[in-house]
Design a protein around this ligand. Structure first.
Ligand code: NDP
Ligand code: HSE
Length: 441
């Protein structure tokens, strides 16, 4: 039997993910040691309550509430506590003591990533975070390493399982948003407070992390434009289905070029969007995640799988642990994050995409020409227009109305917003029923 030297591993947190990481590490320690060329000794697990019941049976003597001392004894620290503090301070302390750190803490990385990566670089340590976006899906390493020689054009990500589950139920079962959210909660996909998921905060954090990697530039989470799914109606989902689309909450990170100056920037946004049923992202059902990457040389790539779950996410964490341990065995400084492009983040008004606008109009001579005029006044080009037969006038209604569904060519958000405002104030328009962005074409 080969005698390896031991690397000391400290685990901070033993919740859904941490407990599974500890379980797998203890179960497969010998196998991992042979892959790394060093033993991986779990020297302690810091938690708030050492006596709390755990989902997994773990040796009691590993538990401690003294995270600070545990950190100082470790070669590699795995942070799976979540939240900002004390996770941030513990990671800084770990890096400053020369330990590599593995984390899945997207909230912390989105908010304080630059500070943490700089701290790692200063001491030659490395911060690994494969679990922070897409759970079990390998996406951080492909963006950081495999695609480092390419130029990423765009990322379209379904990066929040809870909202994908809800929108999928609305699409497949004709459920309402409230009904689908109740099912997501009952099945344990949605948190007791689902705000971070359904309002798009969780996806925005992941978008900031992915955009930073893809475009080698710092992307503050506050610069990510964000809309959640709470405004999505069963009617919009049904209308999308009839038109050959599915509604998805997308995290979109793209390289944009200023048409006047030719200078490059980054657009990062999270919002519900119509995706063609022919696009690979339309086949992402239930709580699954997928990240679709468009790169200049590689073309289109898609990464798919479980975006959450204790065991699934533990796989990504252990992959990082193996990388960190191999680095220790090989020696030398860690690989620093590349922020060399320093591209600015473009404001949402300048971002261009396609839109589907649904309006109720007065069904009378000349109305279509007036509506077309509103679009051309704002330089928004109409791609398709469908009018459904006029509804029978309700008793007491002033006019007979018709429904128009208009899909535009690419236009800027500011031009589209101005168009919608003009439509809403136009005497020919009874109601602007819905405005949805169309992505992935
Ligand atoms: P949990 O809430 O299930 O577990 C958190 C753990 O951290 C608990 O064991 C808790 O201790 C411990 N902890 C919290 N605060 C402290 C503190 N101040 N001092 C010591 N210990 C503390 O979290 P998850 O396992 O779900 O998530 C962990 C991280 O992984 C988060 O950053 C999350 O965003 C990320 N992640 C999670 C995924 C998932 O599917 N759950 C998917 C991808 C990423 P105690 O048990 O005693 O309360
Ligand atoms: N709440 C997240 C989701 C968990 O629903 O995808 C993984 O980050």
């Amino acid at each position: 039997m080969i005698e390896y030297r031991n690397l000391k591993i400290a685990l901070l947190g033993a919740g859904s993910v941490g407990s599974r990481v500890a379980e797998l590490l203890l179960e497969h320690g010998d196998e991992l040691a042979s892959r790394v060329g060093a033993g991986l000794e779990l020297v302690g697990i810091a938690v708030r309550d050492v006596d709390a019941e755990r989902a997994v049976n773990l040796p009691r003597d590993l538990f401690t509430t003294d995270a600070e001392s545990l950190i100082l004894s470790a070669d590699i620290v795995i942070e799976l506590m979540g939240g900002i503090e004390p996770a941030r301070s513990y990671i800084l302390k770990s890096l400053n003591s020369g330990a590599d750190v593995v984390t899945g803490n997207k909230a912390l990385l989105a908010l304080h990533g630059t500070e943490l990566f700089e701290a790692a670089e200063q001491v030659g340590a490395q911060l690994f975070y494969e679990a922070a976006a897409g759970g079990a899906i390998p996406i951080i390493r492909p963006l950081r390493d495999s695609l480092a020689g390419d130029r990423v054009k765009r990322i379209l990500g379904i990066v929040n399982g809870t909202t994908n589950f809800i929108l999928d139920r609305m699409d497949v079962d004709g459920d309402t948003l409230e009904g689908a959210l109740a099912t997501a909660t009952a099945l344990g996909y949605a948190e007791a407070d689902p705000t971070a998921d359904i309002e798009g905060y969780d996806a925005a954090q992941k978008a900031a992390i992915l955009a930073r990697l893809a475009f080698h530039s710092a992307v503050p989470v506050e610069a990510v434009y964000r809309e959640g799914i709470t405004g999505v109606t069963a009617e919009q989902v049904e209308r999308a289905r009839r038109a050959g689309y599915v509604v998805k909450l997308l995290a979109i990170c793209e390289r944009v070029v200023d048409p006047v100056t030719g200078s490059e920037g980054i657009a990062a946004r999270v919002h519900p969007a119509l995706v063609s049923r022919l696009h690979p992202l339309a086949a992402v059902h239930g709580a699954k995640n997928a990240v679709f990457v468009e790169a200049e040389a590689a073309g289109d790539l898609m990464f798919y799988g479980a975006g959450a779950g204790g065991l699934e996410t533990a796989s990504a964490v252990l992959g990082d642990l193996v990388s960190a341990a191999r680095r220790h065995v090989a020696g030398g400084p860690g690989v620093a994050e590349s922020l060399t492009a320093s591209l600015p983040v473009v404001e949402i008004g300048k971002v261009q995409t396609r839109y589907q606008i649904t309006i109720e109009v007065v069904d009378a001579t000349g109305v279509l020409a007036k509506i077309a005029g509103v679009f051309s006044d704002h330089d928004v080009s109409v791609e398709t227009l469908e009018q459904s037969p006029a509804a029978a006038a309700a008793p007491g209604a002033e006019h007979i109305t018709a429904t128009l569904v208009i899909v535009t060519h690419r236009a800027s958000e500011e031009a589209l917003a101005a168009t919608v405002a003009s439509l809403a104030g136009n005497a020919a328009v009874a109601t602007v029923t819905s405005v949805m962005r169309v992505e992935g074409a």
